[in-house]
Write a protein that binds this ligand. Structure first.
Ligand code: HEM
Ligand code: NAG
Ligand code: NAG
Ligand code: NAG
Length: 427
């Protein structure tokens, strides 16, 4: 049995974050006493079936605070953020949000950026909460780059990333570490040979799952369930990883509504029309005759981001994660197909985590949040996590805040039975 011991600093909890981060906001969020109360409220709504996948919306966005001036994102001509299509030397990858940011010069146009630049863009342009943003951005540095900088596409060339660019393989090269299976519009790596090009038919299916002209969190959650089942029945190497399946996969679905929807006084929590999602995903043509062109993701003109008062922070994301898993418990099944289609086998959560978590209590309190963020370490078993200060601080900040039971070790040998895990990707 191979045990991975998590570094001491990961377990301590509150460590100061680097000064570059918006520390006042972080401190305010970390001291918020309402976290558990809100989790209870949401699980009550779900148990009583008074709400669906969007149960968290009313709890986290109780008031209409729409402010057109503050939420408007100006991408019109002369703004400095007009759309510029990527050239052949620009890095673009599986994330439509980051691709769009680079196309609009909210991130460097070549697609290679520093952790601070990712934090700045995600918090300002779409209202990602600072703690979630620091975590996702720092994780990119640790997994995909050289800690300070990373590529949103593939491996940067020397000219794209300078001498520091040679260490990481970018988001495209992070299969099972950041990038995973059953994505909304991207294919599974071991089934299709690529993990980042938008598949037109998958985009069309997402629209078909969302009748009535708009895409909602409910429609996206049903679509995710369908994608999950489709990949089990078609990809012999389908793998639902502990981190990529349980944390990144839900983000790939909830971010669509939470970050891409347009906001207005009438729809303060957002309304995501076909036109708006089409632009964000870089899809040409019209319903029934779409043509997706990965890399051309675009922020629509006249678009209003989420409310300034209600950033999409860790607890909000966790609540969405919990709601989706309550509706479809299979989302939490860590495991995969064993080499043939429809052979999905799950690992025992309790065995996997040395008894700290088990599948029966995973949906209680903050257990699910604690589980997934501590698993962030699992994705980079070869690293001495103690030296990855940015990442360990970010994870420590989250698990300290959630009051987590301490995960001492992960038995990742259990995953070796899955070809989708044991096969090493070639980049
Ligand atoms: C630093 C912040 C971010 C990081 C590190 C990140 C990383 C990733 C990664 C690794 C994937 C691939 C996941 C998979 O295999 O399914 C992904 C997909 C995705 N991301 Fe991001 N992302 C970030 C911010 C954003 C933002 C701000 C948005 C929305 C504006 C966004 C929207 C999406 C969507 C919709 C997908 C799924 C694409 C598809 O398969 O259809 N992301 N992101
Ligand atoms: C958006 O930017 C353009 C170019 O700078 C400017 O002319 C326009 O007034 C701006 N729009 C708003 C609503 O601020
Ligand atoms: C966003 O909503 C406002 C208010 O309804 C509308 O004027 C604007 O055109 C919408 N933007 C997009 C991109 O649909
Ligand atoms: C090559 C490159 O872009 N390096 C950058 C990495 O990040 C640091 C810190 O933000 C920058 O100073 C470098 O220029």
């Amino acid at each position: 049995m191979k045990l991975l011991f998590l570094s001491q600093s990961l377990l301590i909890g509150f460590l100061p974050l680097a000064t570059a981060f918006p520390s006042a906001m972080l401190a305010a969020a970390a001291n918020d006493p309402g976290v558990l109360k809100r989790a209870e409220e949401i699980s009550k709504l779900l148990k009583e079936r008074q709400a669906g996948a969007d149960a968290a919306t009313g709890v986290f966005e109780p008031l209409n605070t729409f402010n057109a001036k503050a939420q408007y994102v100006n991408v019109s001509k002369g703004s400095g953020h007009e759309y510029v299509a990527p050239g052949p030397n620009d890095l673009r990858g599986p994330c439509p949000g980051l691709n769009a940011f680079a196309n609009h010069n909210f991130l460097p146009h070549n697609g290679y950026a520093s952790v601070s630049q990712y934090i700045d863009a995600t918090t300002k342009v779409v209202g990602m909460g600072p703690i979630l943003s620091v975590f996702l951005s720092a994780y990119g540095g640790a997994i995909d780059g050289d800690i300070l900088n990373w590529s949103m596409g593939g491996t940067p060339s020397l000219t794209q990333g300078g001498v520091t660019g040679v260490l990481g393989n970018g988001l495209i090269g992070s299969h099972n570490k950041y990038e995973g299976d059953a994505s909304p519009t991207r294919p599974d790596l071991y089934q299709s040979g690529n993990n980042y090009k938008t598949v037109t038919s998958q985009f069309q299916e997402m629209i078909d799952y969302s009748p009535g002209g708009e895409v909602t969190l409910d429609s996206l959650t049903s679509f995710r369930s369908h994608r999950f089942d489709t990949q089990i029945s078609s990809n012999p190497k389908f793998f639902n990883g502990p981190f990529t399946g349980v944390l990144v996969q839900p983000a790939a679905y909830t971010f669509i509504y939470r970050f891409m929807a347009n906001h207005s006084a009438e729809f303060p929590a957002g309304r995501l029309s076909y036109d708006v999602i089409q632009s964000w995903f870089g899809v040409q043509g019209s319903n029934g005759q779409y043509n997706a062109v990965q890399g051309t993701e675009r922020i629509p003109e006249n678009w209003y981001r989420r409310a300034i008062e209600y950033p999409y922070e860790v607890e909000y994301f966790n609540a969405d994660l919990l709601a989706a898993a309550t509706l479809h418990p299979k989302f939490l099944d860590i495991g995969g197909n064993t080499g043939t289609t429809n052979s999905f086998t799950g690992v025992d959560v309790s065995d996997f985590t040395g008894g700290v978590f088990n599948s029966k209590t995973l949906l209680d309190g903050n257990n699910l949040g604690c589980f997934v963020y501590q698993l962030a370490a699992q994705a980079k078993p070869d690293a001495v996590l103690g030296v990855l200060t940015q990442l360990t601080n970010a994870v420590g900040n989250i698990i300290g805040k959630l009051g987590c039971p301490q995960l001492q070790a992960i038995d990742d040998a259990q995953l070796s039975q899955f070809p989708g895990y044991s096969q090493k990707p070639v980049y």
